[in-house]
Structures are given as C-alpha cells and as structure tokens.
Design a protein around this ligand. Sequence first.
Ligand SMILES: [Zn+2]
Length: 171
Amino acid sequence: MAKTNDEILDDWHNAKAAFDIAAPSQKTAAFRARHIARHAAIERFGMGKHLEVYNVRFPAASASLPAWHGSDAVSGGKLIGTTDTDHFYFFCPKCADRHVMRVLDHRYHQDPGSVAAYPAESPEQVSDFTLAFKLYCPECRLTDYVKLGNIGTGRAVARRMTSTAVCTSAA
Ligand SMILES: [Zn+2]
C-alpha cells in the first residue's frame, strides 16, 4: 500500500531527528535511513518541491532539536546504574556515593529506514528506535545525556559489552 504524502514527510522528519541524536557509531546507519527517507520525498513531490512541503508541515523543525550528546563524563563505561524493583536508575559519574540522577527529559525516535538497512536477525526486532534521556545530578549539578536504542552498529556494541566493562566500573 502506497504511503500518504504526510506519511512520507513524517518518515523523513523522523529519520532526520534520529540522525541528529545518533551516536558516532550509529551515524552511518542513521545517515542511510535519512537518505532513503529524503529520496522517497523527492520521488513523491519532486526535487525542490519536497523542501517546500516539508517546511509547511514542520515549520520550526530544522532548528528545534537540541544536540543530545553525552559528554566524556558519561562515556566509556563511566555511567552506571542499577534497578530496585524493575526501575532503572543512573548513578552520577562525578559523585562517589552512587548519587541517583534525576531524569529531566527524554526524546524518543523511531527510525523506520534503519530496519531495511541491516540484514534480518532472528528473532527480528519489531522497530528500530533511540531513546535519549537528559540526566541531572542534584548533588553536583552535572547535566548530561544518555541514549538507549537498537539502531545500526549499536546492536554489535551491545553484544560486545560483556560483564567486564559493567562490573569493573560498578566495583
Ligand atoms: Zn553528582
């Protein structure tokens, strides 16, 4: 079934947003998804006209998404956390006493193009997505970002992250 004009524009919009927050290791997959989505729009509306209709549907979109990238403080295994019941908490990487960080905000991005860009794995993942959190430590006032997702090479990274990285940091 052919997509509606709005669906084509939404796909492109989502792919752009996902690219904006993609980690360096996920940029290639996100770029590819955005490329596919943009070309679907060009095919539907025509070159040039595709930008016109996009700007009508998403007037303030181009500059609205903040750069949600984590700093060095949370990279390389420095950000860890734990569950109590089934709720997960992040510990501030700057404070020594496992200070629980607040989650101030989040972003969710589905990436429809990315499933097609990677070979099927069994069992299949239903959708590709990135979930980003804005974290804040009330103790030292660190504000930082972390992402969860299953897009592109993130899958391989997840499989490589054996217990060593997690357990050493937690010790
Ligand atoms: Zn702190």
